[in-house]
Design a protein around this ligand. Structure first.
Ligand code: NAD
Ligand code: TYD
Length: 328
């Protein structure tokens, strides 16, 4: 297949491209704006055509989509804390960007997969969300992602475009920008910096190893029914404080590094995804949290050349703004 992968220079997108080239021999074009979170280096050594551009730019999208059999859209602003501080780019990329891609896909009748998130359903105290649960997002991040999902569905219902939506739970693994919980805590533990736990640390996330999500997206692209959404949830749930304690044990750092800090406004308490629908298509998560977390810690420990430029660059200023203290 000739695939256009939007946002393919980010964390999940670059892992997806790696899996598609390795296991399926696809022909891949990446369109990416290279925001602070997107890095050309994430695709080093991979045989892809790279186009530097934004999904809200119709000209860049037209060039990138020519000849594609399918579009997979990862391009997004992805950090909840940044969406609280500065929502502007979230609205622009998720609303205008998704619409621009859909219009180009409609003109060319190209199959379209939207990468979405469990956060569109909001928080759930017990049980798990199914694809028919109502959308009830809490943050500007999840609200704009939910809006994008609805526009995607409208292009199926109104114009007959072949669309599918894939809603993943919290991903972790190699190449994740260190603003997110797991890489942030791993790098802070390796450096002896405090580990900032929001609120009481008892919020629960449903952890999904990034390669499992990448395989799930490919599976839905090939076997999903047009017009449908598919949840792709991880095999394990874990409260944040337990994640942090496991990271401290794996890095050999002490629990005295744990620091409870002011909670995130509107913080969702628990995410949990039911994935029966995608399992019925033949997908299954392969990596349990214990194994995936260990692999992730080893990857960060062994790849300082990947994170050193981030940790010594703009990320320092972001960290100071967000946490009111500097990194050591
Ligand atoms: P990321 O922040 O690592 O990467 C996002 C990529 O999109 C970057 O390469 C960035 O440069 C690019 N991008 C941003 N705005 C763009 C624009 N306007 N035009 C073109 N490119 C643009 O994010 P990620 O964690 O890899 O997430 C990828 C997708 O998966 C997102 O849609 C996100 O909502 C979804 N998702 C993420 C998770 C998670 O836990 N990280 C879970 C479920 C779903
Ligand atoms: P995050 O990685 O930002 O993902 P999301 O908010 O999309 O689930 O956060 C995961 C959980 O970790 C969430 O409950 C917030 C919490 N968290 C902290 O306690 N401290 C931190 O410094 C960060 C970044 C997150």
């Amino acid at each position: 297949m000739r695939l256009l992968v939007c946002g393919g220079a980010g964390f999940i997108g670059s892992n997806f491209v790696r899996v598609r080239l390795r296991d399926h021999g696809d022909d891949v074009v990446v369109l990416d704006k290279l925001t602070y979170a997107g890095r050309r280096e994430n695709l080093d050594g991979l045989d892809v055509e790279f186009i530097h551009g934004a999904i809200e730019d119709p000209g860049a999208v037209a060039t990138a989509m020519d000849g594609a059999d399918a579009v997979v859209n990862f391009a997004a602003e992805t950090h909840v804390d940044r969406s609280i501080a500065e929502p502007d780019a979230f609205v622009r990329t998720h609303a205008l960007g998704t619409y621009t891609l859909l219009e180009a896909a409609r003109e060319r009748a190209v199959r379209y997969l939207q990468v979405s998130t469990d956060e569109v359903y909001g928080s759930i105290d017990e049980g798990s969300f199914t694809e028919s649960s109502p959308l009830a997002p809490s943050s500007p991040y999840s609200a704009t992602k939910a809006g994008a999902d609805l526009v995607v569905s409208s292009y199926f219902h109104t114009f007959g475009l072949e669309t599918v939506i894939c809603r993943g739970s919290n991903n972790y693994g190699p190449y994740q920008y260190p603003e997110k919980l797991i890489p942030l805590m791993v790098l802070n533990a390796l450096h002896g910096d405090p580990l900032p736990v929001y609120g009481d640390g008892m919020q629960v996330r449903n952890w999904l190893f990034v390669e499992d999500f990448a395989r799930g997206i490919g599976h839905v692209l090939e076997h999903g029914t047009p017009g449908e959404a598919y949840n792709v949830g991880g095999p394990d749930e874990c409260p944040n404080i337990d994640v942090v304690r496991r990271i401290l044990a794996l890095t050999g750092a002490g629990e005295d590094l744990i620091e409870y800090v002011t909670d995130r406004p509107g913080h969702d308490r628990r995410y949990s995804l039911g994935s029966e629908k995608v399992r019925a298509l033949g997908w299954e998560a392969r990596v349990r949290f214990e194994e995936g977390l260990e692999r992730t810690v080893v990857w960060y420990r062994d790849n300082p050349a990947w994170w050193e430029p981030i940790r010594s660059g703009d990320y320092r200023a972001y960290y100071e703004r967000q946490y009111g203290r500097s990194l050591g």
